[in-house]
Write a protein that binds this ligand. Structure first.
Ligand code: ADP
Ligand code: MG
Length: 729
């Protein structure tokens, strides 16, 4: 790119005005969900028996018959056509991340050289997309190439871009999951079963426990002209070079600051689109870094919430384009400023309206609260390495352990009030507990522990997993991730833990202990056992890293090695016991993870090599030769007197030469390291080689390019700089 082009792009971005948003002439409650085949539409478009059968299947997690599927298909097609859709697609989340669609028109041959509109129950319920080009970690023979997508009736169909989208799971011919939704649904069933059994100690009427997720999506916006002028952003989603801007976030003037009008228009447009799609988006604000923002909906059932997040991520990109922006979902698009995460607010609630992580008014409620909270702590402790693996990726690795993000160590923040209660409970005697059936008024009645009135303003932003009053907030999840990865591990781990807890409590009950005694005794065991996971201090500090290692928490930082946790005996046992993933599935999925890791680093390394050799070095050379010219001219004009005058130029010439040499040799080393790594057959070993040998070379190249940026004439620097990329006017 010529520099005149850089300045043209900067000017274009600078002069851009907000795009007017077409606001519907209806109130939000009137257009909310209008593009969703929700219960209201089902009732309207389906025969009564079909409607009843479908709702029964959704609520009681039962399969539907072929007959019902056929009848639903007819109604769904009619609704879709009435609303402008002409195509339909099975919509699923393959292991590559993001979502996949294959569109088909609603037509079939009519046998008379024409077509009829056609969409049967079979097409609704099941499809065979050519799955050969989706990664399967070897589960599915590529020439077999058969994978099935099957309708997930618990997530309603919707219309996007005049296409009826049917949320589906994606499985292999032999039934192994090739996506995120399948194991997520299995984990949600497992936690429902295990948590229901425990919740019945407190309320025998409980039939189901639902897992809830409220995600907070962070993202960056960049003007489209500037984005297009940065091949690294276009191809990798992050800047592979760029010196820090003199001003970035040090003044902390962006967080909750006023939103620029162009961004405000984008947000409004996105919110309207979201509401029409039945996504309850609610909160929007600036984030800490310049050009960084956040979007959060009201929490929903976890599977639905996750579909909505996937949908929002794709709609966001589309709406951003309309407003001449590009949305960056990468976890660390810019060095030196905050990265983006996706906080997963998570809770469990019964069909009787009890929120299981919320303290209540009565001692019994509070015993329930402590039971569930302590079991979560135990599960997170038991599987801390696995939970870290669940949020790890080539992109999130840049954010974790950076100064603004959780460290690559999982711990739980409880806040001082809960910490105090746990502490007192641990050391109290069972005999101290008064009769729990007696309403204890404002006192919890448990071993002199006062009523639990938790203050959720007690926040610790440095914790990867925090208790926030009535829910847990898993903050280590990456902004570009599919939440299902973290949610399936968390829900499955908690399911396993609750099932174990139930066995132990039941054994005590059989021996004649009272329920209270039995619960408290087991709660005490868990508090003691899971102590190492509890950390309320500063997660960014170096002392914590040492302390965490002493406590036996997983401190591994290399992403490909972190993935090993999926295959550890305790993980395999947990996944098998809960029925969430089999060992072959886990092995296959890890193959995909390692392969994806390698490919991401490989692409970045190629792009950086190209930018270094073909964009930066030529410009640095040009500037260097301008300086050489100047030195020669100084000597011509001033003769001996030039020595001192030329010194400054000579120093710069030398520094540039040194940087360029380092860049050139490091690029050559990096290419060599890549060649060696590419020759490795084993996917894990290959990914480790990319992590250990290729990634560090990239750091070194970048460091030297960023130094050159400070030396070379601004007029000829080819790529938009951080100060230009990061400040929307
Ligand atoms: P903050 O940024 O202070 O953490 P936000 O208001 O941005 O809070 O986001 C909080 C998120 O947590 C929202 O999506 C909200 O719906 C969700 N949330 C609130 N209560 C629960 C709950 N009990 N279970 C799951 N999510 C919840
Ligand atoms: Mg939050």
């Amino acid at each position: 790119m010529s520099t005149t082009l850089r300045f043209k792009m900067v000017e274009e971005a600078f002069n851009r005005k907000a795009i007017a948003v077409e606001t519907p002439d209806k109130r939000p409650d009137e257009y909310y969900g209008e593009l969703v085949f929700n219960r209201q539409k089902m009732f309207q478009y389906l025969p009564k028996e079909t409607y009843d059968a479908l709702i029964d299947a959704i609520e009681n997690k039962k399969p539907i018959t072929r007959q019902v599927a056929d009848s639903v298909a007819i109604g769904m097609r009619r609704w879709a056509l009435d609303n402008g859709a002409r195509h339909y697609t099975h919509w699923f989340a393959p292991l590559t991340g993001g979502t996949a669609e294959k569109h088909d028109a609603f037509i079939e041959h009519d046998g008379k050289e024409g077509v009829i509109e056609e969409f049967s129950g079979k097409l609704l319920a099941q499809q065979e997309p050519d799955a050969s080009s989706f990664p399967s970690g070897g589960i599915r023979n590529t020439f077999e190439a058969r994978g099935y997508s099957a309708w997930d009736i618990s997530s309603p169909a919707f219309i996007l871009d005049r296409t009826l989208c049917i949320p589906t799971i994606f499985i292999s011919y032999t039934g192994e999951s090739l996506d995120y939704k399948t194991p997520l649904l299995r984990a949600l069933n497992a936690v429902d079963k295990a948590a229901t059994a425990v919740a019945r100690y407190f309320d025998p009427e409980v039939k189901h426990v639902t897992s809830f997720l409220g995600w907070e999506q962070e993202y960056f916006l960049v003007d489209e002209s500037l984005y297009n002028a940065r091949p690294d952003l276009v191809m990798t989603g992050r800047t592979l070079m760029g010196h820090e801007s003199a001003k970035n976030q040090q003044l902390e003037d962006h967080y909750f600051g006023s939103i620029p009008s162009r961004v405000e228009a984008f947000m409004l447009d996105l919110e309207i689109r979201g509401h029409r799609l039945g996504i309850p988006v609610k909160t929007r604000h600036n984030e800490v870094a310049p050009n960084q923002f956040e979007l959060a909906p009201i929490y929903e059932e976890t599977n639905l919430a996750n579909d909505h997040n996937l949908l929002v991520m794709s709609v966001m990109s589309e709406v951003a384009r309309k407003h001449n922006f590009r949305v960056l979902l990468h976890e660390k698009p810019f060095a030196g400023v905050n990265g983006s995460g996706k906080h997963n607010n998570w809770s469990l609630g019964t069909d009787r309206g009890a929120m299981l992580f919320a303290p209540g008014r009565t001692p019994l409620d509070n015993l329930q609260f402590l039971t569930f909270v302590v079991n979560v702590m135990a599960a997170v402790h038991r599987h801390n390495a696995l939970l870290k693996a669940s949020i790890m990726s080539a992109t999130n690795a840049h954010r974790l352990g950076a100064n603004e993000a959780p460290p690559a160590i999982i711990s739980i923040f409880t806040g001082s009030q809960l910490a105090d209660i746990l502490n007192r409970l641990e050391h109290s005697e069972v005999a101290d507990i008064p009769d729990l059936k007696k309403k204890a008024g404002y006192s919890i009645g448990l071993a002199q522990i006062p009523e639990i009135l938790l203050d959720n303003t007690d926040r610790n932003r440095t914790s990867p997993f925090a208790f926030t009053g009535n829910r847990f907030e898993f903050r280590a999840v990456g902004s570009s991730a599919n939440n299902a990865s973290a949610m399936l591990v968390l829900n499955a781990a908690v399911a396993e833990q609750l099932a174990d807890f139930k066995v132990k409590v039941d054994a005590r009950l059989e021996k004649g202990e009272t329920l209270t005694d039995a619960l408290l005794a087991e709660i005490r065991v868990l508090i003691k056992q899971s102590k190492p996971i509890h950390f309320d201090g500063n997660g960014y500090s170096d002392e914590w890293k040492e302390e965490a290692a002493r406590r036996g928490l997983d401190c591994e930082t290399s992403a490909p090695v972190i993935f090993d946790a999926y295959l550890s005996p305790s993980s395999v046992e947990m996944f098998t016991k809960t029925g969430v993933l089999s060992k072959p599935e886990l092995e296959a999925r890890n193959e995909v993870k390692w392969e994806m890791y390698t490919k991401k680093i490989q692409i970045e390394a190629r792009v950086l090599g190209d930018l270094a050799i073909n964009h930066i070095i030529p410009v640095a050379t040009r500037y260097q030769s301008m300086l050489v010219d100047n030195v020669v001219k100084l000597r011509e004009v001033f003769g001996d007197r030039a020595a001192e005058m030329a010194q400054c130029d000579l120093d710069t010439i030398e520094s540039i030469a040194q940087r360029m040499t380092t860049i050139k040799t490091t690029v050559a080393d990096m290419v060599e390291a890549r060649k060696k790594a590419n020759a490795i057959e084993n996917e894990r070993e290959k990914a480790v080689a990319y992590h250990d040998n290729v990634a560090p070379a990239m750091e070194k190249i970048r460091y030297n390019i960023d130094k050159l940026e400070l030396m070379v004439d601004n007029e000829i620097w080819p790529l938009p700089k951080y100060r230009e990329l990061l400040f929307i006017r």
